[in-house]
Design a protein around this ligand. Structure first.
Ligand code: FEO
Length: 398
């Protein structure tokens, strides 16, 4: 018989374990597998499911639910988030019981239509809306962009349990489900935040404000252990990791540079000197040697990003593209940038980087500069003027 776990009387875990998962979403390595947590909540008049599981686990999931209640007695499915690891079993469940009403956000309804490509009864929830299950009340707290536009939390009022879907989760599959029954999983919890939540720090702060002061006995996320003993720790960790960048006295520039023959680096030296002369604090990282985390941390605190790139094989080098690819993995403090570089027999890189920055919604703080081979004293003076303009743009920002 498939295992279900009692959370409190009348609330059961009916999710699935995936201990041998090595890469989540074909993107993120998982060293301890994951779980897809779903919950059955029974009131005296209605029965609800909160989230489902990934499609390959559908039969296991439905089997667990049916151990507790016939599928035709499910009245409500709350979809906190439509990503297929949580909505994957929904289409089959709705085939078996088309009378189910799906409680979901507006964005979620929109996504779900094209995820399951079948009609369903939807109830689009409003902020703070409640449904009465008979002695048990589900309240919906909109939490967009944690980590999709569709996301919301569900709060079980009488039992003081928060179901926040991906938020406060971890890719960690232990033998037991509760945090106080298993080994420390804080490293997996932090990696999960970095991979999934970090690009949305401002949205996390909004969501944390909404649950401030909410009476809590437990936090039941959709991945990994249930927070029975350490929910305050998890919430505080999010508060700390999502804090806004410190408001230092000086504006900051992050300059990342790659230089095949030292020419772009010579330009960078002049640029840096002028930025500092204008009062900016400059963090400079060599693209070929930098650690991703150093760059990501600096990006979240920088008022402007400067990229110094050579042109190699008619392209910007892979390290430059890698740095650009990491921008979407954080919450950059600003979307202001500048580009410069030296080239040899062709010089496409600066323009290509500009175009990528434009695609990432960055504005240029100054017109880019690029020179062929060794920069002359006149070229270096142009670099100084370029940096002066960058600093001027930064210092004019609110
Ligand atoms: Fe666990 Fe965003 O899905």
């Amino acid at each position: 018989m498939a295992e279900t776990v009692s959370i409190v009387p009348g609330v059961e875990w009916v999710g699935a374990r995936h201990p041998d998962l090595e890469i989540f979403d074909d993107l993120f390595p998982t060293h301890n597998g994951t779980t897809y947590n779903a919950y059955l909540v029974r009131g005296t008049s209605r029965t609800a499911l909160i989230d489902t599981v990934k499609a390959p686990f559908t039969e296991e999931f439905l089997g667990k639910v049916q151990q507790l209640v016939p599928l035709e007695q499910i009245d409500v499915v709350v979809i906190n988030h439509t990503e297929p690891d949580h909505s994957g079993a929904l289409a089959t469940l709705l085939e078996k019981n088309p009378n189910i009403t799906v409680y979901i956000t507006k964005a979620g309804e929109n996504f779900l239509k094209q995820l399951i490509n079948a009609p369903f009864k939807a109830h689009v929830v409003a902020e703070g809306e409640e449904i009465d299950l008979g002695g048990r009340t589900l309240r919906f707290i909109l939490a967009p962009y944690l980590h999709w536009p569709d996301t919301m939390f569900t709060y079980l009022v009488e039992d003081q349990i928060l179901f926040p879907c991906d938020a406060f989760g971890a890719h960690y599959c232990a033998d037991k489900l509760f945090d106080d029954e298993i080994a420390d999983f804080s490293a997996d919890f932090h990696v999960y935040f970095d991979c999934i939540m970090r690009p949305f720090k401002d949205k996390i702060r909004d969501a944390l404000a909404k649950i401030e002061g909410l009476p809590l006995r437990m936090v039941c996320p959709s991945h990994g252990p249930i927070r029975r003993s350490t929910f305050a720790h998890a919430i505080n960790a999010y508060r700390q990791w999502a804090a806004p960048p410190p408001a230092g006295e000086k504006r900051r520039a992050l300059m990342v540079v790659q230089s095949a023959h030292g020419k772009t680096r010579a330009m960078a030296a002049v640029v840096r000197q002028e930025l500092e002369r204008q009062g900016l604090e400059v963090t400079e990282l060599a693209l070929s040697a930098m650690r991703d985390d150093d760059y990501r941390n600096a990006l979240e605190q920088a008022d402007v990003l400067l990229i110094g790139t050579p042109t190699i094989q008619r392209d910007a080098p892979p390290h430059v593209w890698h740095a650009l690819s990491l921008i979407s993995s954080v919450t950059p403090k600003t979307r202001l940038a500048a580009v410069f570089g030296s080239y040899g027999w062709s010089g496409e890189a600066v323009k290509m980087v500009e175009q990528r920055l434009d695609g990432l919604k960055y504005k240029l703080a100054a017109e880019s500069v690029s020179f062929r081979f060794t920069p002359t004293p006149e070229n270096l003076e142009t670099c100084r003027q370029f940096a002066e303009q960058v600093a001027g743009t930064v210092l004019c920002q609110e």
